[in-house]
Ligand binder design. Sequence first.
Ligand code: PSU
Ligand code: MN
Length: 308
Amino acid sequence: MRSSTDLVLRPSDEVAEALANGAPVVALESTIISHGLPQPRNLEVARELEGVVRAAGAVPATIAVLDGVPRIGLDEAELERIATEPGLRKLSQRDLPVAAAVKASGATTVSATSFLAARAGIRVFATGGLGGVHRGWTEDQDESADLDTLARTRITVVCAGVKSILDVPATLQRLETRGVSVVGYRTDTFPGFYLTSSGLPVDWRIESPQEAAAVMRGQDALDGPRTALIVANPVPEDLQLDPELHDRVLAEALAAAEREGVKGQAITPFLLGYLVDATGGASLEANLAAVRGNTALAARIALAWSGS
Ligand code: PSU
Ligand code: MN
């Protein structure tokens, strides 16, 4: 039977079948592919992440909007569109109805991906690092829509913390205020995206995918506000970006953004791109190591959640 959401969301046959059977599914976002990683590596990564999910025994559902239609699960040609189409939009949740109306295509951020995944019935989602409160937020109020969506969406997001280009303490504070559950995966310190640790503590620690699934069952049993669960999974220390290089290059990147007046939606892709260039690709490798680890863990959590 088609649910009413089928009228506005189009799951691929494979994802629809998995969901109907209660099989494990992992949502993957597309902004990281289109706006977060350089070409042509981005397409390889899109394919690789789907492979990581499959190897763990789950079904990948990369989410994007194509010609106005939110798509849950993309085929090879559609992944290629996300990775290569010039001028592809970056869509957060608020952009979805507009994109649908004007039949635009765009990649979905953590905000839009979480929203669409939850609507489609997918509970587990993997990304690199969440958006959050930007440095300088007291002046421009730039806080990613990711945080607002996570405060009212029942989804588990596996990430390497929040992007280190942000004001990390302020972002953690906002997550606390908005009631979003945060747990460290086998760590007592909140990860730092490119870095294993942000240097900040995380209040709760879990040790296994089964424990993550138990937290998710607890969320549902308590039946409180439909908040997210953030599973913060650090990049392994031997794969992190050199912390000293990170701090130096990030300071340069922030200064360049200020000088060039980069703001709003453009700031995150600008800073990530600057770091890739200025570290000779080392930040890219750390970012990819984080995303791979998060994707593998998300698949294991999806398996624990589905009981398979
Ligand atoms: N994780 C990555 N790279 C990225 C992103 C996440 O490793 O590029 C994307 C996500 O889509 C996230 C977005 O939602 O960056 C945040 O953008 P903004 O700060 O404009 O909300
Ligand atoms: Mn923003």
